[in-house]
Design a protein around this ligand. Sequence first.
Ligand SMILES: *Cc1c(COP(=O)(O)O)cnc(C)c1O
Length: 296
Amino acid sequence: MKIESQEISLPLLKEKDIRLFVKRLDKVHPFISGNKWFKLKYNLIEAKKLGHDTLLTFGGAYSNHIAATAFSAKANGFKSVGIIRGEEHLPLNPTLAFVRKNNMELNYVNRSDYRLKTTANFLDKLKTQLGDFYLLPEGGTNELAVKGTSEILDGGDTQDYICCPVGTGGTIAGLINASNNKQKVIGFPAIKGFDGLEKDIKNWVNKQNYKFINNYICDGYAKLNKELVEFINQFYLMHNIPLDAVYTGKMLFGVLDLIIKDYFPKGSSILAIHTGGLQGNKGMNERLGISLPTEL
Ligand SMILES: *Cc1c(COP(=O)(O)O)cnc(C)c1O
């Protein structure tokens, strides 16, 4: 699949002699957002091959992965079950209203039980309760997901640096595997304290040309401040690229801040991966009374 990369034009980039491109995974599919399309691709094939009729996965109440799984399941003829962290709140937020419309069955678990979700005991109980299912981990990251995300880059993506937001690491792992040895891959984590993640990523990748920059988490996972909201709205006005507040907004804020601070050598080119996630802005707007962009 050929995905459009949009070059960003800014006086800052001219001044620093840097070229910046945004690869628009947000345009890959209207409902299977961005990187989730790639992460689900081979898992859907595998679930079918194994003869499953139900997909089960986990996530928070605003999760892009939950939304993408619900839509993909329905489109591919699977039933789906979402194990949601926390209690039910009515009316449903925009994410959960969307997944219910796509027939996902929702199962709420409290936060302490949610922590046990990967244990055999917890999964056995679910199987007794719900019957057999194909399990997608939280965030959708597994080996087949990494196989999918290694298809994000194509031969035209020859920039010196590849930047992307990081949650569970499945996306950056695929990018690392698909990058060439001269390229550097830089991950911008959206979650504080992810030691386990670095270990996981080591298991999935075939080279070491990557690093993480932890300075742009902005108060924590899914936390926003005024500066970030203003940045996202301004970026949308100037470049017509909507960014989400959890991942891509923080990553691009970080990339531009690093350019200001001369992190990238003069003459270098950067490809920032827009991983999608715009559906999450609807919930943010509703909850916080702000107006982040929600559409292309
Ligand atoms: C899920 C998600 C990520 C994180 O991807 P991982 O593979 O878990 O690191 C990044 N950006 C967006 C928009 C997402 O929805």
